[in-house]
Design a binder for this molecule. Structure first.
Ligand code: HEM
Length: 388
């Protein structure tokens, strides 16, 4: 079995470098063992990743971070296995279903249009700060009923949890404690005076006839906080980097907005931002690897979603890609709960942006840098266009 010193947390790189490194590894190895940290398996092919994601009995979500087999925290529902996991998903389903997202779409569009209008006349912007952060973050805070004027505090916590260097473990734990304390207070307040937001609903949830333990409710809030504040931001940063870098694709969505849903789907495929892990529950031979109970497995979706056996010409973003079975939202029981919301936000962002902003390009190419701590994403994306 091949052993490599593969470091998935190698910090900051030029945009596209992580995909290139992972792509080369995938082309050479169906699977390998990384000796980095405590060691973990890496599976690079679509077929294997799908099998792992659909088999929670063998590949548990007790840890979803390949570098940390015994985490001191528990994110709900992400780090639960069935049947406990299934009960949570049943509870959450309606809140994130297509109809619930559809009901919010006009507000999503209104907020999006206001942000683009505020940016367009300047002829340039730093896309991450001006748009990719505030657009989904405000929508998310409104969904939960959290005060939008505390956005900066929330973002500082989120950065400490998800983007701190691996050495900043204490800062990460402290930020998680602060987020948890904030949610505790907010939920208590809603028990006395409920509104029509998600936290008010959560305050009265029951599972199997009993009230949900306070710790579990807070563990759910913590996960939602991370998933809701960071993911669409990261995905938008790659999407707009791509459209700035590939003017033909940019022109296609501007000229024919009907292409946007397909474009969004293939951007999510080609620029997968999450690289989940699973914990092996029993000794098993899989993809030619002798895995032991307790081992960690990493699924680098960025490489898996560009597996040429499933996606012809995988580096190309193609709005008409047929039968796009990408794993950008994973698969199996943990398939992203927020996928409908994320897709809607991405689609609306591309529609409203290209309706208002003329042809744009990267202002300073070498300033666009991707980070690979936790989620992949861009730190900065300076864009420029001819002011109207
Ligand atoms: C483009 C944006 C997004 C991407 C690419 C994405 C991707 C993912 C992936 C790959 C997983 C599975 C992780 C695993 O299997 O371990 C996941 C799970 C999850 N996502 Fe997303 N996500 C996005 C946006 C969102 C949003 C906006 C929300 C909520 C507001 C959200 C909520 C969740 C939750 C709660 C889970 C855990 C589901 C479970 O364990 O059953 N996601 N997401």
């Amino acid at each position: 079995m091949t052993e490599l010193h593969f470091d998935p947390l190698a910090g900051r790189r030029p945009v596209g470098a992580t995909a290139a490194i992972l792509g080369e590894l995938r082309d050479r190895h169906r699977a390998f063992r990384s000796t980095f940290g405590r060691g973990f398996w890496v599976l690079t092919r679509h077929e294997d990743a799908l099998a792992v994601l659909r088999d929670p009995k063998t590949f548990s979500s007790a840890s979803v971070n390949a570098l940390d087999p015994d985490p001191r925290y528990r994110w709900i529902p992400e780090m639960l296995d069935p049947p406990e996991h299934t009960a949570w998903r049943t509870l959450l389903r309606d809140h994130f279903a297509p109809a619930a997202v559809k009901a919010r779409e006009s507000r999503i569009r209104e907020h999006c249009a206001a942000l683009v209008d505020a940016a367009v006349t300047a002829g340039e912007c730093e896309f991450v700060d001006a748009f990719a952060v505030p657009f989904p973050a405000v929508i998310f805070l409104e969904l939960l009923g959290l005060p939008v004027d505390r956005l900066d505090t929330f973002l500082a916590w989120e950065r400490a949890i998800l983007h701190g260097p691996p050495t900043a473990n204490q800062a990460r734990i402290t930020a998680m404690q602060e987020v948890t304390a904030m949610f505790d207070e907010e939920i208590e307040r809603r028990r006395a005076d409920p509104g029509d937001d998600l936290l008010s609903a959560a305050a009265s949830w029951r599972m199997n006839g009993a009230a949900i333990p306070r710790e579990d409710l807070l563990a759910f809030c913590l996960l939602l906080f991370m998933a809701g504040l960071d993911t669409v931001t990261a995905q938008l940063s790659y999407a707009f980097w791509h459209l700035a870098e590939f003017p033909d694709d940019q022109r296609a969505v501007r000229d024919d907005p009907a292409l946007i849903p397909g474009m969004v789907e293939d951007l999510i495929r080609a620029y997968a931002i999450v690289q989940p892990g699973r914990k092996v529950t029993r000794d098993v031979e899989f993809a030619g690897c002798r895995m032991k109970a307790g081992d960690m497995v990493m699924l680098p979706l960025l490489a898996i979603n560009r597996d040429p056996a499933v996606f012809p010409d995988p580096g190309r973003v193609d709005p008409a890609r047929a039968g796009n079975r990408h794993l950008g939202f994973a698969a199996g029981p943990h398939r992203c709960l927020g996928a409908h919301l994320a897709r809607t936000e991405m689609r609306v962002a591309l529609e409203e942006w290209h309706r208002r902003v003329p042809g744009y390009r990267l202002a300073a190419n070498d300033d666009a840098v991707e980070h690979a701590y936790g989620l992949l994403g861009l730190d900065r994306l300076p864009l420029t266009w001819r002011p109207a």
